[in-house]
Design a protein around this ligand. Structure first.
Ligand SMILES: *Cc1c(COP(=O)(O)O)cnc(C)c1O
Ligand code: SF4
Length: 340
């Protein structure tokens, strides 16, 4: 499939033919964060409240939320120039696109996804100039929106500009595209990406029903090109807050050569309260994965601290007590062991 073809698939499903246009679509919610569901993803949705429908179909519950900060992680404050978020030493996020193949109702960057920047090119040039001049930066994470919404030629131009900066050791792409519009992962795109190794791709997946044969093909192409693949999952009430669902998702990702990386606590932007899973419950879900699931499939559970504190990994308390000679540690079955 060539580029024009995947762009055709961005079209929404025809009215009336899809639960995406059902009566429960939360008309006012739609006004606050417009709906975007492409024809491929829409075809996977059986009803507005199935695990895929809930992710992209607006719900009236979005209006019942006291959260007001559209940027709780203060990304804009940690942005030295537009489109760069510089929060940690040595690595930056570069926002290369404000568009996505679907609009996720829980998106933490809604504030960006709903605006169309007409001046993308001058902003990107300035962002690249910042990265070029900051020789302490070692890694650039292309994010957005979805970086793979950019045309191949734009991506090639961007990646080669970055690769020409000798201080950058590796590049990383964070995308939802292989899971929500796998047709985007054309042989041409994969060949292009493989020209910029070491290049890592982390893919946003939330539910096993997203892992269709087309998605498997996309992941296989990327993995065959030697691109290390990771996954990011947002823990979402009513979508994947279930140990069986999470275990199945992680196992199936491993089968696709995607190494589970992060399971993110929800970022509380407006309209997301109905997706929130309490920390206590999240930790017990994580504990339920440890043991039954291949260790390679257990993701880090990350909370991105409001106020710009950054991401921290949450872990079930394994250390029960600390003595001068030994520590008491709880194992995955709840048994207590000592370690000298
Ligand atoms: C998540 C994030 C990163 C990447 O963090 P890793 O722990 O390296 O995956 C970098 N910068 C910002 C601003 C982030 O939010
Ligand atoms: S793909 Fe990512 S950036 Fe785009 S709407 Fe979904 S969560 Fe937000």
């Amino acid at each position: 499939m060539d580029e024009t073809n995947w762009r055709d698939l961005l079209k929404p499903p025809a009215d009336g033919s899809s639960p995406c246009w059902g009566p429960d679509s939360g008309l006012r919610a739609r006004a606050l964060f417009p709906v975007r569901v492409n024809a491929y993803f829409a075809a996977l949705i059986q009803s507005a409240d199935d695990p895929l429908g809930r992710q992209v179909i607006p719900s009236a519950a979005e209006l019942d939320d006291p959260a007001t900060a559209d940027d709780p992680l203060t990304e804009e404050r940690q942005s030295p120039v537009p489109r760069v978020i510089h929060r940690y030493p040595g690595r930056v996020v570069l926002l290369v696109s404000d568009q996505c193949a679907v609009h996720c109702r829980f998106c933490m960057r809604k504030r960006r996804v709903i605006q169309t920047h007409r001046d993308g090119k001058p902003q990107l040039d300035r962002a690249l100039a910042y990265i070029r001049q900051r020789t302490d930066i070692q890694e650039v994470i292309l994010s957005g929106g979805d970086p793979l919404m950019r045309a191949d030629a734009d991506l090639a131009a961007l990646l080669s500009e970055l690769r020409a900066m000798p201080h950058l050791r590796r590049l990383r792409i964070h995308t939802r595209m292989p899971g929500v519009l796998p047709q985007r992962v054309t042989p041409a795109l994969v060949a292009l990406l493989a020209g910029y190794h070491p290049l890592y791709v982390n893919i946003h997946f939330n539910h096993p029903a997203e892992l269709t044969p087309a998605v498997a093909t996309a992941c296989n192409r990327l993995a065959d090109a030697g691109i290390p693949l990771g996954s990011q999952t947002v823990l979402l009430k009513g979508v994947n807050d279930d140990p069986v669902v999470l275990t199945d998702l992680m196992e199936r990702l491993l089968d696709l050569r995607v190494r589970p990386y992060c399971l993110h606590m929800l970022d509380r932007v407006p309209g997301t309260r109905h997706f929130q899973v309490p920390v206590e419950r999240a930790l017990s879900l994580l504990a339920a994965l440890r043991g039954p699931l291949s260790g390679m499939g257990v993701p880090h559970m990350m909370v991105d601290l409001p106020g710009g504190g950054g991401k921290m990994a949450l872990t079930p308390d394994a250390v029960i007590a600390k003595g001068p000679e030994q520590w008491w540690i709880r194992n995955w079955q709840g048994g207590i062991y000592t370690y000298p």
